[in-house]
Design a protein. Structure first.
Length: 328
């Protein structure tokens, strides 16, 4: 397959690009490098620096490098907390960027589209683990934006016949030996814990220990980025083969508390990792665990990283080799 990967220099996009190349596909990465890293993009991929808000550059990329069998969209603002401060980055910019990409996708007759969606669609789950049939309650403008994009895909299917996969990641984490997680600012639990182990941060803050969970801290479903990459490839292959559009929740199906993640990181790194309980972070639901049975059943997806220690060990390996991320 020839695949257009928007946001292919970001964390999940770059790992998926590498996995596509390893599976023998050809990839064109389109990324503005605002959050992504040029070093994260495999040499075998064609790299185009451009912004989805720049429709001329986008059009040019489709004309110069197509035709494509599929489009993947990893490009968007990605932080729940930021979206509560700057909803316009999400409800205006990321939506416009996404619609521009959808417009080019149908204009250049690409048959299949994969959207990075999110567990933030499920802010008030009635049933845990969370299935695709769960009621959609976006937890922030970030989740709202992803929901708008999922609904836009429904319209593009109805109007233009575009087939799509909406992949709702739970907590993406872990690294490959060569591609890691390097956000600025970093807000995610595992890389922050590893900064403590690297001596770059004195302690990890635990955001609240009065949730209705086994130790009072939030429970999340941590899913390795390589397993997410595999889900993208399987989904795109199914769509390109003529399969119907689909929504999948992607997680391991088991949850770990913040304290359990810190304990696992202590084991993996051998560092005491001091922790302090602080106030809850606004907007954090108590428990998010995926029921990922649909993609398992339909596509045979099987996460390879099911132990939290193995996930953290993969991240620790990369962060030790790149203590200051890609830049330095
Ligand atoms: N946490 C801490 N201390 C920290 C950082 C995080 O206790 O310093 C806790 C959070 O409260 C949460 C858990 O660790 O309970 C995981 O937090 P992350 O920030 O790593 O991830 P989130 O669960 O907030 O967010 C992730 C993705 C989002 C996605 C969301 C869906 O990063 O893109 O899951 O719920 F929208």
């Amino acid at each position: 397959m020839r695949v257009f990967v928007a946001g292919g220099a970001g964390y999940i996009g770059s790992v998926t690009t590498a996995a596509l190349i390893e599976a023998g596909h050809s990839v064109v990465v389109f990324d503005n490098l605002r959050q992504g890293h040029r070093q994260a993009v495999q040499q075998q991929a064609t790299f185009v620096q451009g912004d989805l808000l720049d429709t001329t550059a986008l059009d040019q990329a489709f004309r110069d490098h197509g035709p494509f069998d599929g489009v993947m969209n990893f490009a968007s603002h990605t932080l729940v907390g930021e979206s509560m401060q700057h909803p316009e980055y999400y409800l205006r910019d990321s939506v416009s960027a996404g619609i521009n990409l959808l417009t080019a996708t149908v204009q250049y007759k690409v048959p299949a589209f994969i959207l990075s969606s999110t567990a933030n669609l499920f802010d008030a789950p009635e049933t845990i683990p969370i299935a695709e049939t769960e009621r959609i309650v976006p937890g922030s403008p970030y989740g709202e934006m992803k929901w708008w994009m999922e609904r836009a895909l429904g319209w593009y299917e109805r109007i233009f016949g575009l087939r799509y996969g909406a992949l709702r990641y739970f907590n993406a984490c872990g690294c490959t030996p060569t591609i890691g997680e390097d956000h600025d600012p970093e807000t995610h639990l595992i890389p922050l814990i590893l900064q403590v182990a690297l001596g770059q941060r004195e302690q990890i803050s635990i955001f609240g220990d009065d949730y209705p969970t086994r130790d009072g801290t939030c429970v999340r479903d941590y899913i390795h980025v390589l397993d997410l990459a595999a889900a993208h490839i399987l989904t795109l292959e199914a769509l390109v083969a003529g399969g119907a559009s689909r929504h999948y929740n992607l997680g391991n199906g088991s949850g770990f508390t913040v304290k359990e993640v810190i304990d696992a990181a202590r084991k993996v790194t051998g560092h005491p990792i001091p922790a302090q309980v602080v106030e809850r972070r606004a907007g954090d639901p108590a428990v998010l665990i995926a029921a990922a049975d649909t993609i398992r059943r339909e596509l045979g997806w099987q996460p390879a990283y099911t132990s939290i220690e193995a996930i953290i060990a993969s991240a620790w390996e990369w962060h030790r080799q790149h203590p200051h991320g890609y830049a330095k």
